[in-house]
Design a protein around this ligand. Structure first.
Ligand code: COA
Length: 321
């Protein structure tokens, strides 16, 4: 049995922040941001919370799937920006939904989070343990970003996306690859609370996202291309057979480089990075929901999904829609 997506949902905060808005706060401009990243605007949470956005996306995904919250057996929520350390956002969403029969687990794999969570759901389905699983990717990265650092604050946005999965004999996830390289973690990092107790008194510590942009760029292009090549080869697929590639929306130039590597048609790589920025773990399910609702994804179509980001982590999925 395969884990198969039968419903999707998403949510974006109301406030839209354009490149022109950002240029009023840091020394930057629309032309620089657009040409380097393809981002024109992003949604930023003002009244929204991580759990609240996740709940909205989950509610819409359950509606789309025609499933009741109490039917769920598992909730897997990927985030690096929860509202609390304890309880997890996964447990908060379980309570908000009234999904009383579902275990709720949170997963941190940065921008690969949703893809890794889908793979985890697939493993549970294959093992015959659960058949009704809700997977969520949600981020409020705006609270982890240094708004005075023009090198990072222009990149990120907030939002949530979700998918409901059930077991299917034919459709759904066919294969996946996923990787981590902790030795390269410093290329993209954000500190948690520093050690501070009766015996250790620390001063203030940097807690914002820091990034070696060029290192991350090179890593992303190389590893995403590699992981897709690997999936195609071991499933005896040619690029011509793939109908759609849903890649993490970090940067339009990263996606264009992958297209070039694969010698693929640009139209098979839908993007929403221009409107949403990089929403980390939420980006793949946000785009997935747009494609599902617009009818872009056709039943039986072969789809590749890729995530990459902090950790460093990366991975790709081959699925039949
Ligand atoms: N506006 C204007 N100028 C900016 C700027 C901004 N927002 N941010 C940086 N600059 C400046 C730098 O200070 C530097 O100026 P200098 O030449 O006078 O020193 C110049 O632009 C070039 O900076 P650099 O960091 O080398 O730019 P870049 O071409 O590498 O682009 C990124 C920066 C972040 C857009 C690019 O590296 C990137 O997209 N990396 C991948 C990031 C990513 O996707 N991360 C998430 C992965 S999940």
């Amino acid at each position: 049995m395969n884990a198969h997506i039968i419903g999707t949902g998403s949510f974006l905060p109301e406030k839209v922040v354009t490149n022109f808005d950002l240029a009023e706060h840091v020394e930057t401009n629309d032309e620089w941001i657009m040409s380097r990243t393809g981002i024109r605007q992003r949604h930023i949470a003002v009244n929204e919370t991580t759990a609240g956005m996740a709940f909205e996306a989950a509610r819409r995904a359950l509606d789309d799937a025609g499933m009741l919250p109490e039917e769920l057996e598992m909730i897997l929520l990927a985030t690096v920006s929860p509202d609390h350390i304890v309880p997890s956002a996964a447990c908060e969403v379980q309570a908000m939904l009234g999904a009383n029969n579902a275990v709720a687990i949170e997963l941190n794999a940065a921008c690969s989070g949703f893809v890794f969570a889908l793979n985890t759901a697939h493993a549970y389905v294959m093992a015959g343990i659960y058949t009704k699983i809700l997977v969520i990717g949600v981020e409020t990265l705006s609270k982890l970003v240094d708004w005075s650092d023009r090198g990072t604050c222009i990149l990120f946005g907030d939002g949530a996306g979700a998918a409901v999965l059930t077991a299917d004999e034919c459709a759904g996830i066919q294969d996946f690859v996923q990787y981590a390289d902790g030795t390269k973690g410093e290329a993209l990092l954000c500190d948690a609370k520093p050690l501070q107790n009766l015996f250790v008194q620390n001063g203030q510590q940097q807690r914002y996202v820091r990034m070696d942009g060029q290192e991350v760029f090179k890593f992303a292009v190389r590893r995403v291309s590699e992981s897709i090549d690997q999936l195609l080869a071991r499933n005896s697929l040619t690029t011509g057979e793939i109908g759609c590639y849903i890649l993490h929306q970090a940067n339009a130039r990263i996606i264009q480089s992958v297209i070039k590597h694969l010698k693929e048609e640009e139209g098979k790589f839908p993007m929403n990075v221009e409107r949403c920025g990089n929403t980390s773990g939420a980006s793949v399910p946000l785009l997935l929901d747009e494609l599902n609702r617009s009818g872009r994804l056709k039943k039986g179509e072969k789809v590749i999904m890729s995530g990459f980001g902090g950790g460093l982590t990366w991975g790709s999925i081959y699925m039949i829609w």
